[in-house]
Design a binder for this molecule. Sequence first.
Ligand code: AP5
Ligand code: MG
Ligand code: ZN
Length: 215
Amino acid sequence: MNMVLLGPPGAGKGTQAARLVENFGIPQISTGEMLRAAVRESTPMGLRAKAFMDSGALVTDEVVVGIVRERLQLEDCSNGFILDGFPRTLPQADSLTGVLVGLGRKLDVVVSLQVDTDSLVERLTGRRTCRDCSLGFHIRFDPPAVANVCNSCGGELVQREDDKEDTIRNRMEVYHMQTAPLEDYYRKNGLLKTVDGMASIDSVQGQILDILQAI
Ligand code: AP5
Ligand code: MG
Ligand code: ZN
């Protein structure tokens, strides 16, 4: 199962991907997570990416396509993968097709999570992320068992650098300008499935599982 999770910032891509990983044992490929790891480790790529990410802008297509191309070649992707946050521009979508053709593979489905803007802001401002394993929580909608402690690894929960209100607004705008056109792109080639992302986390997961069962 080769799938893409599409949706605006805070739509639930990471939340749903983490549950799909548990269900199917295929990896989540989050370009946001990989870039944040590069920033933490102060790699040359991380140092270049940081300013873009802090302002809510996109990192260049060349950089993200490069990291995805490398990642898709790893052995753990042989039974499938869940792309989370990639592609995000039309050139990235074209590049992905090319990379997959080169590997003798193709996408099976693109699942788009539909959530209204007010809810997105509420989700992002209330999000807490594990410093150690990056698992996401929400202070109201998905609270950890112990306040500020990760259920999975015991790590400290922190707010993401780009979850500040100003940056959130920029990220939304960037999404509408650069990423939203991908819905049409994947609708035209028949891969797009939309899901009501306003529903509960469990219900959204159920909708995605129904889609996967049907294909
Ligand atoms: P990235 O990390 O991909 O961020 P994003 O797309 O803005 O998405 P988020 O991770 O904020 O949201 P999500 O959909 O994963 O929501 P989540 O599940 O956490 O990218 C960050 C930056 O990296 C970009 O701005 C860019 O600079 C760079 N970058 C990354 N990829 C790139 C690319 N391809 N090209 C160029 N640059 C790139 O959920 C949010 C919150 O809501 C959580 O608290 C969760 O608990 C809660 N929640 C989830 N589902 C529900 C629900 N159903 N009901 C109630 N609450 C819910
Ligand atoms: Mg995410
Ligand atoms: Zn953790």
